[in-house]
Design a protein around this ligand. Structure first.
Ligand code: PLP
Length: 382
């Protein structure tokens, strides 16, 4: 047998695979599956963005791009971040093929064997995998017991971190729970980061998707956090551009030069004409983002109400397009049963470090969401 690198054997294949395999199998048999397991908006990419990519191809932007990104896009990103209150020079930005690659480069530039990284559970699945690939060790803090709010979990976070902590990952609005962290909570994070001198990744990929009065705050805007925050964002979610693979991070210059080596020696750059489309997305899509967000909000309201009618209380998400449904302790069995019997696909909370829940994506039509809830009720899953 092949002699694999130890680092790759530390990582499990994506836990969502079992569910998507089961869904595909059923669909191949002609079964109608309500798929609430996917992490992507169900809207087309805005037409003006598609047109901008075509125009860029026609204009010949089909060769290698500058490694860290085309100047127009880095400037547009610095401008967008400035609107969020963040002070980054375009030279502090690296444009990546997706936010995921940004996170991978940051974690690999910072984390050595044995370095400690703290996560707030439930946490998006790839943080853990990336930390393990880089040899880091994980400290995990639960927020589920507080309905996914961070402020009541700050004492636990304070206990979990120490001078040994190298990095904390914060994701607000968050996948898989949709919570938006309060200013007080983020100030608590700041105090701990300063006390123990660690860096914080602020994954803001869902920042554009919030509801009602929820105010998403960029961590890097807090006093004392400017030079210890790495801000990650991307185009997949807000602009419905998952397949385009476009994201970025902005960071202190010394990290940009180190991570830039991983970037240039692995991906070279994000796709040239896709970056041109990214400029259009940042410049002329406010209305499209607003429309999609309104649709997500209406679906959230509908789902919360439907579950309430069935006697199930869910923590009401204030952003992103996911919610955590409380289920049996054995959430993997619940999810497997829900797909096999009710033909509704969801993701077990244990994949995110939080058993006892199933993650539902409401990036699906109201009709399909209603159908999904009805089927779960019919088969006694709720
Ligand atoms: N961060 C979070 C929390 C996510 O949920 C995702 C996608 O699911 C990403 C980052 C990465 O998205 P992309 O690589 O498509 O930009």
């Amino acid at each position: 047998s092949m002699d694999f690198a130890e680092r790759v054997t530390r990582v499990e294949p994506s836990a969502t695979l079992a569910i998507s395999d089961a869904a595909s199998e059923l669909e191949a048999e002609g079964v109608d599956v309500v798929d609430l397991s996917v992490g992507e908006p169900d809207f087309p990419t805005p037409a003006n963005v598609v047109q901008a990519a075509k125009d860029a191809m026609d204009a010949g932007h089909t060769g290698y791009a500058p490694s860290n990104g085309i100047p127009q896009l880095k400037e547009a990103i610095a401008g967008k971040l400035a609107e969020d209150g963040l002070d980054y020079d375009p030279g502090q930005v690296i444009v990546t093929p997706g936010g995921k690659q940004a996170l991978y480069e940051i974690i690999n530039a910072l984390i050595d064997d044995g370095d400690e990284v703290a996560l707030l559970d439930p946490a998006w699945v790839s943080y853990e995998a990336m930390v393990k690939l880089s040899g880091g060790s994980l400290t995990r803090v639960d927020t589920a017991t507080h309905d996914f709010a961070l402020e009541p979990a700050l004492d636990d976070l304070a206990e979990a971190v120490s001078d040994e902590t190298e990095l904390l990952v914060v994701n607000s609005p968050g996948n898989p729970h949709g919570a938006v962290y309060s200013r007080e909570a983020l100030e608590g994070v700041r105090d701990l980061a300063v006390e123990h001198d660690f860096l914080v990744i602020s994954d803001e990929i869902y920042k554009e998707i919030t509801y009602g009065d929820a105010e998403p705050i960029s961590l890097g805007t807090l006093d004392g956090m400017g030079d210890r925050t790495i801000t990650v964002n991307g185009f997949s979610k807000a602009y419905s551009m998952t397949g385009w693979r476009l994201g970025y991070f902005a960071a202190p210059e010394e990290l940009v030069s180190q991570a830039g080596k991983i970037h240039s020696h692995s991906v070279s750059s994000a796709v040239n004409f896709v970056q041109h489309a990214g400029v259009e997305a940042l410049s002329n899509c406010d209305e499209a983002v607003e429309e999609m967000t309104e649709a997500f909000e209406a679906r959230r309201d509908m789902l919360v109400d439907l579950f309430a009618e069935h006697g199930v209380d869910v923590a009401v998400p204030e952003g992103a397009f996911y919610m955590m449904l409380p289920v049996d302790d054995d959430d993997s069995a619940w999810c497997q049963g829900a797909i096999d019997e009710a033909h509704v696909a969801t993701v077990p909370g244990s994949a995110f470090g939080t058993p006892g829940y199933a993650r539902l994506s409401y990036a699906a039509s109201e009709e399909r969401l209603r159908e999904g809830v009805e089927r779960l009720a019919e088969h006694d899953y709720i």
